[in-house]
Each structure stands twice: as C-alpha cells, then as structure tokens.
Design a protein around this ligand. Structure first.
Ligand SMILES: [Zn+2]
Length: 399
C-alpha cells in the first residue's frame, strides 16, 4: 500500500458556521471518530499530520488584500456584514475566529502538498478541505478561502509543477477552482456534479470548456438528479481516462465531497459507498500511471449527513489505499454518535445495492436519466474533439 497521510487538527471544529447550519462540526467529528474507532491511524502505512494555519502570503496567492483584511476585521468582531464580499450571508455567516479557522483549512491542504512533495507520503487526505466555491474576493457556498486554488498556485510557484489535474466529484460544481484556471492549460479542471439546472451554484454546464489558452482544459459533467452508480461510472469511464493519459499530470488533487451520496440532505444523486470505493481505486490507478507517479491529494469537500460523510470518506480511502474494513460499523462509534449527538448511524459500513426508484424524492423516469446522461457524454465529446491536445482521444470520442 502507498504511504498515506491523514491531515487533521482538533482546531478544525472552529470552522463552525452555526449549529443549525449544514457546515457544522458534527460532519467532521463523526467521520474522524470512525477512522479512530477502526484504528486506521495505527496502521503502519498511515501517517498522521497536524497542520499549521496558512500565512497571509499563502492566502494572497489567490485572494485579494482587501478581502483578507476584511476577513480579519470581521473575524475579530465576530459579527458584521460585507455583502459585496459575500460575508454575513446565510450561507457564509461571519463567526468568531472565521479567519483563523479558514486559514487552518488552507494550512491543511498545504500540509498535504508539502508532505507529498517531500516524499514523506505518496498520497494524503485532508478531511477538512476542498472549499471549492470561494472566489478571489468573495465567500460563497460555505467557503471563505479557497484551499484548492492556493494549493495549486503553491505547487506551481514553489515546486514548478506545470500540469495539475484537479478532479472534483462533490455534488456541487467546483466553480471557484475551475473559474480561477479557466484560461490556463497548466491546470486540467474536471468537475462531475448534479446539473446546475437543479442545484447551487447554477454553473457547470457541458459547454463550459475553458477559454483562450485554456480551451478544452475545463471539463464539466453535469448529472441528472437521481443518477445512480452505474450511470456515473459509465460517464466517468467515457470521458476521463483518455484525457487523463493524454494530459499526463504531474500532481493530482481529488475533491472527494460526500454530498453525492443518496442520503445527503442537499444533493439529489443516488450514489452509494460502492461508487466512492470505485472512484478511489480508479483515481489512484490513473494517478499512478502518469507523471504524477501516485502523487495524489484528497480534500474532503462537502457532505452534510454526518453518517454518510463518514462512510463515504472511508469508502474513498478504501479505494485509494486498498485497505480492508469490517462489514459492521464499530460499536464504540455507534455509541459515540448516539450519546454525543443523538444520531443513529448505519450499523453497516457499506451501503447495500440501491434500488433508487424506491427512494422518496426521486420522481424521475429511468429512461429520461439514461438519455440525459448519454446526451451529455456525446455533447462533451463533440466539444472536446477539436482540441489539438486531445487528438489521440479522437477515435475514442467517436465510438
Ligand atoms: Zn458540495
């Protein structure tokens, strides 16, 4: 197994947007406790790292000075509103130590980058990270500082990395990251997400494929609500591997948000833990068979049903590392969740096969989802076919 770093800080719980807010510490503590209950940190190939907050100059790799200054001022006051900067909204409330907590998230992603680049580990997983919606001067979608963009810029500037592949499987479009590199071919940004016709942030349509020098280096794959594992895998395998091989990335970042799970409270996809293990395995394989030589950073992203987040992140980790896990959830984890939060977690770590048509909230017709998926794949292939760097994929695109 490849040496794997887990990045965690007890201070992560300060990233608390409110007890009634979907982004609250429960969704972090419950996965962390599951990892602890399974004694993952005692396994010889796992290493545990505690990050330091990112410095101002690291945050300024992406964000503006004005934004950083306002973040600090409001953070100190613990309240206030700056609507032009997206601060003080329902999604992004101002909270005490907002700047410090957000800096620590960036520090966690950078810790992963540094540990991988120094060779301490081959891959790393920062549980709180992948805050992909933040823009240079705007907080949005529960995200204040964009740890992904900063990590990529750090890789480019500190280590001279020329080809970063960013793959985002969060249920929401990775807008802040893809827009930051929209005209840049040094980053191949791929986002698979629930269609913007149905879900925040309303961008990420198939025809958003980059611009100028970056034309063809942004790939958006919107998925119809109710999309289930097999359709997801068909979409992934039709588009991603050929482009991945042609691009030959030197470093891979996977935003592995758990909100595509069928029990998530915000998304409407019908994915199970099995899909995430599959994705982990494939992404690790593809990262191994290219210039990245296995250098892979996982960032936790979204996910707002704590029990699902825990089991999805575990499944992703199982995929990338190949570790085996028991069938049943550990009893001390079940007790912890019940006693501390009154949450009854799933007694099994893996979901059973899902008959999505029997679920509430998926009033969609099977044929319609299959047709929409196939149309989306064909349309994207037709858009990418003229991109010179994907020429080798042309026969693949025409099948
Ligand atoms: Zn999300």
């Amino acid at each position: 197994m490849a040496k794997t770093g887990i990045i965690w800080s007890d201070q992560y719980i300060k990233y608390n947007l409110g007890e009634g807010h979907p982004m609250n510490p429960k969704r972090l503590i419950i996965p962390y406790q599951l990892f602890k209950s399974l004694s993952l940190f005692d396994l010889p190939d796992f290493q545990f790292f505690t990050p330091s907050p990112a410095t101002d100059s690291e945050i300024l790799l992406f964000h503006t000075f004005n934004y950083l200054k306002t973040m600090k001022e409001l953070s100190k006051a613990g309240k206030g509103v700056q609507l032009r900067l997206g601060l003080g909204t329902g999604d992004c409330p101002v909270f005490p130590e907002m700047h410090e907590a957000s800096s620590l998230v960036v520090g966690g992603a950078l810790e992963g980058v540094k540990r991988i680049q120094s060779g301490d580990v081959q891959q790393a997983f920062a549980l709180l990270g992948g805050l992909h919606h933040a823009f240079a001067e705007k907080a949005t979608g529960f995200c204040y500082y964009n740890d992904v963009v900063i990590s990529i810029k750090y890789l480019q500037q500190k280590y001279g990395i020329e080809r970063v592949l960013y793959i985002d499987t969060d249920v929401h479009h990775g807008d802040g990251v893809l827009q930051a590199f929209y005209e840049d071919k040094n980053v191949l940004g791929v986002s698979l997400h629930e269609s913007p016709r149905f879900l925040f942030p309303g961008t990420g349509f198939t025809d958003e494929i980059g611009k100028g020098l970056g034309l063809g280096y942004t790939i958006n794959i919107p998925l119809f609500p109710g999309t289930w594992n097999e359709l997801y895998i068909m979409t992934f395998e039709n588009i991603i591997p050929c482009i991945w091989e042609e691009y030959d990335p030197e470093f891979v970042i996977w935003q592995c948000g758990a909100d595509g799970h069928y029990r998530d409270i915000l998304g409407h996809l019908a994915l199970t833990t099995e899909l995430y293990s599959y994705l982990g395995k494939r992404i690790a394989e593809l990262s191994q068979d290219c210039s990245a030589q296995g250098r892979l950073l996982l960032l936790g992203g979204g996910g707002y049903t704590p029990d699902s987040v825990a089991r999805v992140w575990l499944a992703s980790l199982v995929g990338v590392t190949g570790i085996t896990i028991p069938t049943d959830s550990p009893s001390d984890w079940i007790d912890f969740c019940l006693q501390k939060y009154g949450i009854e977690v799933n007694p099994h770590l893996k979901d059973p096969p899902l008959d999505w048509k029997k679920l509430d909230g998926y009033p969609f017709i099977e044929e319609e989802i299959i047709e929409a998926t196939q149309q989306s794949i064909n349309y994207l292939k037709s858009l990418l076919r003229p991109v010179p760097d994907w020429k080798a994929c042309e026969p693949f695109f025409q099948t």
